[in-house]
Design a protein around this ligand. Structure first.
Ligand code: PMV
Length: 328
């Protein structure tokens, strides 16, 4: 038997970084997915290939043995090893597995590719071993893998990759699914500079330790923006969303997680008529998002590209993780 599973990437509309401490983040699944093909092996090895990244290798008793791409493969593939191990422990079954990972989501730029890969891996391996995992279990097992990449992530990425659509996520309080969202006219601008979420979360933590009385009000203001952003999103009020995005970017800048490239793309989008623009995800590079009236989206994409970014138009993905058996 062979099984395939896929899961979507995401953009954070409001509330990144503040969500690590308190308050909500608003997140949308995007219609770019990671797909994982899983098949059983005759031995007890885990083989993983990610042809898009030019890496593949084996895990044997927790040790990585590269087949292609050298040791750099270990960084991206180890979380998937964790995802497989946890899934097998949960289901009480162990077997050799080969995984092939194909991604439409650029990696390490804040679009949730690692969580989408972990969620799809858990779902595919779970099905291969007899199935029965609930979405909540899939998300939790994928979170274990996310912890390897990000330290103590808030859990947004694995949650949205599991459920899709739009979510309000609050650490420790769980999530609210936003039903019947209208299409949001968004452009994603990618600086192309990869960064580490864990490192940027650490940067904010250190700033907070140094200037607690300054940083806490900024975190509270971002949390408040996210609450107002939820209302504006549900009302489909693009103007208000735009205004809130601009404020959110300014506050993230104050926390030290923007970058000259991100600011350049944000400013270019606003000059081209975007209603709002902000960095999305951890910052320090990675991606920004711009919201614009549908007839301005083209101009905003062009402005982003002229300023050195690559642009991606993304719709909301209504579906979260999907899993199916493959014949042959
Ligand atoms: O991994 P990213 O770039 O999507 O960032 C996640 C958002 C943060 O709030 C910065 C971290 C977290 O775990 O929520």
């Amino acid at each position: 038997m062979r099984v395939k599973a896929s899961a979507p990437g995401k953009v954070i509309l409001f509330g990144e970084h503040s969500v690590v401490y308190r308050g909500p983040a608003i997140v949308l699944a995007i219609d770019r997915r990671v797909e994982v093909l899983a098949e059983p092996r005759g031995d007890d090895l885990l083989f993983i290939e990610a042809p898009d990244l030019g890496v593949s290798g084996f895990f044997h008793e927790g040790r990585y043995h590269p087949a292609a791409g050298g040791r750099r493969g270990e960084g991206v593939l180890r979380p998937l090893w964790v995802a497989v191990e946890r899934t097998m422990e949960r289901l009480g079954r162990k077997t050799g597995v080969s995984l092939s990972v194909a991604s439409e989501i650029p990696i390490a730029v804040g679009l949730g590719s690692s969580a989408a890969a972990s969620v799809a891996t858990v779902a595919a391996v779970g099905e291969l071993l007899g199935g029965g995992l609930t979405p909540e279990e899939i998300s939790l097992l994928a979170y274990e893998a996310e912890r390897v990449v990000h330290g103590t992530p808030s859990g947004i990425d694995n949650t949205i990759a599991t459920y899709g659509g739009g979510l309000v996520y609050e650490r420790g309080k769980g999530m609210e699914r936003l039903e019947s969202l209208r299409e949001i006219p968004l452009v994603i601008g990618n600086t192309g500079r990869s960064r580490s979420t864990g490192e940027l979360v650490g940067r904010v933590r250190r700033l907070r330790e140094k200037y607690r009385t300054l940083v806490d009000p900024i975190i509270d203001a971002i949390a408040h923006i996210a609450r107002l952003g939820r209302e504006a999103l549900l009302e489909g009020d693009l103007w208000r969303m735009g205004e809130l995005m601009r404020m959110n970017h300014g506050l993230l800048w104050a926390l030290g997680v923007s970058s000259p490239e991100l600011d350049r793309l944000v400013n270019a989008a606003l000059e081209a008529g975007a209603l709002g623009a902000k960095l999305t995800g951890a910052g320090g590079g990675g991606c920004m998002i711009a919201l614009a009236e549908p007839d301005r989206l083209g101009a905003v994409s062009t402005a982003i590209e002229r300023s050195g970014g690559s642009s991606l138009r993304a719709g909301i993905s209504r579906s979260g993780v999907r899993v199916w058996r493959v014949e042959g």
